[in-house]
Design a protein around this ligand. Structure first.
Ligand SMILES: CC(C)(COP(=O)(O)OP(=O)(O)OC[C@H]1O[C@@H](n2cnc3c(N)ncnc32)[C@H](O)[C@@H]1OP(=O)(O)O)[C@@H](O)C(=O)NCCC(=O)NCCS
Length: 317
């Protein structure tokens, strides 16, 4: 009897250890509450008040989505900003939702992310935030991933499959809250991405830009490279998002037609995207929530492909 209990305890211990190791592999652990420059495992939380910006800055380094949500939950009571982030990222999506049709594999939930969060110190509300991930890149434009999906996949492969040391930081998302837009906050998020890269001895900061003006009807069918080259009379890029990055010193690396991709059967297209009848195969423009998209329809194979494309830029470090 004693031996049996001993064997049972041993087996339970091994199982616990295996589960712990699996957990470690899928996602690094975060630090708990807001702490100044605390570090746990590969993840780090930095919190500071920036007097020049009159803002609180919280940076969660190497926190996968699950860990970041845990952090937001823990701190939601102290600052509404974290509650807002929870509402943005802990979304209960009714199935099927457009996000389910992102052309896969979509490993976003599993990769390590860095979260740059600006908070109003008086009200505790969210001002803006940005998300980055890291991957290993040989600095050759020809070997850049196609776009957003491609780089998320590369980040996953290099951290979970190949175990390669990342040397490149990629901006995946920047969002400034409505009431703080057009006040230069996007600059601050980008500057903080550069600071994050420098702190981690990263060689490059690159971003697959999704230019907002491209979704106007007159530009939606234009090849991305042609669109990226459109200039205003003053010689600056026509699109305000590309303009902001180039004004900050970023260099356009290349344009890609293969970023932010969705693929779905025709019936789902009508539910998720547009009710416009699809009577023949080929490329066409459709409108969704005031934005225009070029789609490819293949009726024979019952597929609609939405390929938004991106403009890759590289910021100097
Ligand atoms: C894109 C975004 C991050 C810009 O943030 P922001 O803090 O308002 O940007 P800035 O204040 O630095 O403005 C930069 C330039 O864009 C212009 N701009 C900003 N929003 C604009 C809009 N809706 N329409 C036209 N121009 C706009 C500004 O006037 C400024 O132009 P300038 O170069 O002539 O000075 C913000 O609008 C946003 O969060 N949008 C939703 C999410 C998104 O699309 N993110 C980008 C892709 S990941």
């Amino acid at each position: 009897m004693f031996i049996e209990i001993l064997v049972y305890c041993l087996l339970a211990g091994i199982a616990l250890l295996a589960a712990f190791q699996l957990g470690r592999k899928s996602c690094t652990r975060p630090a708990g509450d807001v702490a100044k420059n605390s570090r746990v495992g590969g993840s780090r939380v930095r919190s500071s008040k920036d007097p020049s910006l009159e803002c609180e800055l919280v940076v969660l380094e190497n926190h996968c989505l699950r860990d970041a949500l845990q952090y937001f939950r823990r701190n939601a009571e102290s600052r509404p900003a974290f509650d807002r982030l929870l509402s943005l990222y802990k979304v209960e999506r009714r199935f099927p939702d457009l996000s389910h049709f992102r052309l896969g594999p979509n490993m976003f939930d599993s990769i390590n992310l860095d979260w740059i969060i600006f908070i109003n110190p008086t009200t505790g509300e969210l001002v803006g935030h940005g998300i980055t991930t890291r991957f290993a890149w040989d600095q050759d434009i020809a070997s850049l991933p196609g776009g957003w999906q491609g780089v998320v996949r590369a980040s996953y492969i290099h951290s979970h499959v190949d175990q390669r040391q990342p040397n490149t930081l990629v901006g995946l998302f920047i969002f400034v809250e409505d009431q703080f837009r057009q006040q230069g906050w996007a600059n601050n998020v980008i500057e903080e991405m550069r600071a994050l890269a420098k702190r981690n001895a990263i060689q490059a900061l690159i971003i697959p830009l999704r230019p907002p003006l491209r979704y106007k009807k007159e530009y939606a069918a234009m090849p991305m490279a042609e669109f990226a080259a459109l200039m205003r009379d003053d010689g600056l890029p026509l699109d305000h998002w590309i303009r902001l990055h180039t004004r900050l010193g970023a260099r356009i690396l290349c344009a890609s037609e293969k970023s932010h991709q969705h693929a779905m059967p025709v019936q789902d297209f009508h539910v998720q995207f547009s009710q416009i009848p699809l009577s023949e195969s080929g490329d066409m423009l459709v409108e969704r929530n005031g934005e225009w998209y070029k789609i490819h329809v293949d009726l024979e194979h019952d597929i609609v492909l939405i390929n938004q494309g991106c403009v890759w830029v590289r910021h100097a470090l």
